[in-house]
Design a protein around this ligand. Structure first.
Ligand SMILES: C[S@@+](CC[C@H](N)C(=O)[O-])C[C@H]1O[C@@H](n2cnc3c(N)ncnc32)[C@H](O)[C@@H]1O
Length: 391
């Protein structure tokens, strides 16, 4: 009885921390889903009408390279759209060098001047957000990188400082790993450093509900993982990390590089930071529309026949906390799609066991295609990837 009450209190506290964090903070400073996999599945073209969750906006810019007719970047957290707007304003009104310094290096000596020049092109809410936080890009600050701000960034800062300062050997082997060119090299290095990666501090940190709240992992996902994985959260993260660092080539894995080093390189960065793509992004910029709303609110206010929905992993959360909202979201997705519309989603669980019956009978899945791509994913922390097509 006492133990049950204790667990209830801990769970309640986690939900409160999660809500407080999500209602006040920028959570994601990078998109934590691999758009290379998405674009292979989505088959975008100039007739595509997309609805995507914004997160940090990196993937919206990746999809924009396929020149879809429109991308509606929807996020219930306006700070995420404020981040996308900063990138859009730099692409539209700035130049490639400044874009790369700010978002490739994570800082710029002239960040204040650049911000002053583009500020007028931001919507009022994004201006209000960045007026208070443009110092995230200050190259003289202690953190020296935007990628160590926001709640995910704060955890990346703590973990990366810990790992890079733990011992000289671990530090140099981690950099060797980032520079490895073959899987054989990666495996050899990883085998040597794995025990040091999972010392007492990292195992403790990963188990803390507050850490997960700051990384944007809600209790339903922690529960899904703890129930299905031997070794709970540490077992899950360590096995996912082993896979991604030993089975997927690291030389262009910008997701892990940016959190370890605080920056990208010219060869290892998202597509929106490559000079050869700048002109196309600039030309297509008017195709992006942002909406501070839930997916359901957006669809109710902007009905249409959308061809693609990129839902990330947010339905894990809805399934647990708001099953009625999950059913409503599926009803609205189906009502605003057409036969052949594609829906892409990820989950912490190996299976999607929460789909409403009405949705199941209206879509079909492609498990062979997605299973083969899932194992090549450069993020590598999800339990599964799913593509559904509307019948
Ligand atoms: C689902 S989270 C997960 C992070 C993700 N895997 C990534 O790539 O960064 C991504 C974004 O979805 C937003 N979000 C969560 N539920 C939502 C909903 N029902 N409607 C719109 N946005 C939502 C969050 O605010 C967050 O910025």
């Amino acid at each position: 009885m006492v133990k049950k009450l204790g667990t209830k209190l801990v769970n309640g506290a986690h939900d409160l921390v999660f809500e407080a964090v999500h209602n006040r903070c920028l959570i994601y400073n990078v998109c934590w889903e691999d758009p290379r996999i998405d674009r292979r599945i989505l088959n975008l073209d100039d007739a595509s009408r997309m609805v995507v969750l914004t997160s940090a906006g990196c993937n919206t810019l990746d999809y924009l390279l396929d020149s879809p007719a429109e991308i509606h970047a929807v996020d219930v957290n306006p700070r995420q759209n404020a981040l996308l707007h900063l990138k859009l304003a730099l692409i539209e009104h700035g130049d490639f060098d400044d874009l790369f310094r700010l978002f490739g290096n994570g800082s710029h000596q002239a960040f204040r001047e650049i911000y002053r020049a583009i500020r007028q092109h931001l919507p009022a809410y994004a201006r209000a957000f960045w007026d208070e936080r443009i110092e995230y890009f200050d190259s003289t600050s202690r953190k020296k990188s935007f990628y160590y701000y926001g709640t995910s960034g704060a955890i990346a800062w703590i973990l990366s400082r810990y790992l890079l300062n733990a011992s000289r050997n671990l530090r140099s082997r981690l950099f060797d790993l980032l520079d490895a060119r073959t899987l054989a090299e990666q495996r050899e290095i990883y085998q040597q450093i794995e025990p040091a990666l999972w010392g007492r501090f990292t195992s403790w940190l990963v188990k803390q509900p507050a850490t997960m709240a700051m990384l944007g992992v809600p209790r339903p996902q922690i529960r899904l993982i703890s129930a299905q994985y031997p070794g709970g959260m540490v077992g899950y993260v360590s096995s996912k990390l082993r896979h991604v660092l030993t089975e997927v080539l690291i030389h262009d894995n910008y997701f892990w590089r940016v959190y370890l080093t605080g920056s990208y390189t010219a060869d290892c960065c998202p597509n929106y930071l490559k000079p050869e793509h700048f002109a196309r992004l600039h030309a297509n910029i008017d195709r992006v529309h942002t909406h501070n709303a839930t997916v359901s609110h957006f669809l109710r206010d902007h009905p249409g026949r959308y061809s693609h929905f990129v839902l990330l992993d947010h339905q894990d959360w809805l399934a647990w906390h708001k099953p009625a909202a999950l059913s409503e979201e599926w009803e609205l997705i189906l009502a605003n799609s057409r036969p052949g519309s594609k829906i892409l989603l990820r989950s912490a669980s190996p299976e999607l066991n929460f789909l409403p019956e009405a949705a199941k009978s209206a879509i079909r899945f492609f498990p062979e295609l997605t299973a083969a791509l899932h194992i090549q994913d450069r993020v590598g922390t999800y339990g599964s990837l799913h593509l559904a097509e509307v019948l």
